[in-house]
Write a protein that binds this ligand. Structure first.
Ligand code: R5P
Length: 267
């Protein structure tokens, strides 16, 4: 790996722990004004000090994040679909690589839709991004999306997606947690982070998810709704950090969540 690429990746996956807590706030690119992300700047601003990286589109970056913010940006550069359109899988690259460079990003991200009619198109987009990324020393994060038509999130399917992403040159991969998750990690020669998915019933479930993923080989999370749809988002991200960076047991991290809620006067 050349120096620029390794340096940018190390801004996201922290060398001190080998782990990362990325904050995903890119949901609007196909979901519109998602609950609690209606005014992105208000949601994002208080969480910046606790995130290792921010994953978002250029539109939200430009309008809603201060240019002096000291945290690495993972820029979503794929899209072109919506939740009410015919196929979420029909994504293309939406952002010129030049623009990613101009925005001083630490990585670019796109979704791949393996097993859909748009598989080839999205995999070729990944290859194109990797070619550009190699030219300029910018890592590519491949997101193994499951479109609304693909409910399947088992280890066999996710291993296939992650391995293909790594073979095509992604520097790291984002996927979903599943049973036998260690098999997904084993078969993927680049670091794996997990998405949080829709808000879980309890915050303990979120901590358990992060804990299970880390203990089975994930290097971290790229989490959105389970943090910022919480009534206590700062306490939530702090507790997730404890699990990811300090290997805190779930109960201990939950105690930290409760303490942080009280300390913030958010109870
Ligand atoms: C996935 O493709 C989206 O772009 C989100 O970044 C991702 O789902 C992570 O957010 P959440 O934890 O809310 O699922």
């Amino acid at each position: 790996m050349h120096w620029g690429l390794a340096n940018r990746l190390s801004r996201i996956i922290k060398p001190t722990t080998g782990r990362t807590v990325m904050l995903a706030v890119d949901h609007g690119y196909f979901l519109g004004p998602t609950r609690k992300l209606e005014v992105p700047g208000e949601t994002i601003r208080p969480l910046i000090p606790y995130a290792d990286a921010l994953m978002l589109t250029r539109g939200v970056l430009r309008t809603s994040v201060d240019a002096t913010a000291d945290l690495p940006i993972v820029l979503r550069v794929s899209g072109g679909t919506s939740i009410i359109g015919p196929s979420l899988a029909d994504e293309v690259i939406t952002t010129a690589f030049e623009d990613a460079i101009r925005l001083n990003v630490s990585a670019v991200a796109l979704s791949i839709f393996v097993g859909t009619e748009h598989e080839r198109q999205t995999l070729l987009s990944l290859s194109e991004l990797v070619n550009e990324g190699q030219r300029y020393g910018i890592p590519v994060l491949a997101v193994t999306a499951v479109g609304k038509e693909l409910g399947k999130r088992d280890a066999r399917f996710l291993s296939l997606c992650c391995r293909i992403a790594a073979e095509l040159g992604a520097s790291f991969v984002k996927t979903y947690y599943c049973e036998d998750f260690e098999k997904v990690v084993e078969g993927c020669p680049v670091p794996v982070v997990i998405a949080g998915g829709p808000k879980l019933d309890t915050f303990k479930d979120t901590l358990q998810l992060a804990h299970d993923a880390i203990s089975r080989g994930a290097v971290g999370v790229d989490m959105g709704r389970n943090i910022w749809q919480s009534d206590h988002p700062i306490a939530a991200i702090r507790a997730v950090r404890a699990v990811v960076h300090e290997n805190s047991p779930v109960d201990e991290a939950y105690d930290l969540f409760e303490q942080a809620k009280s300390a913030e006067g958010q109870t």
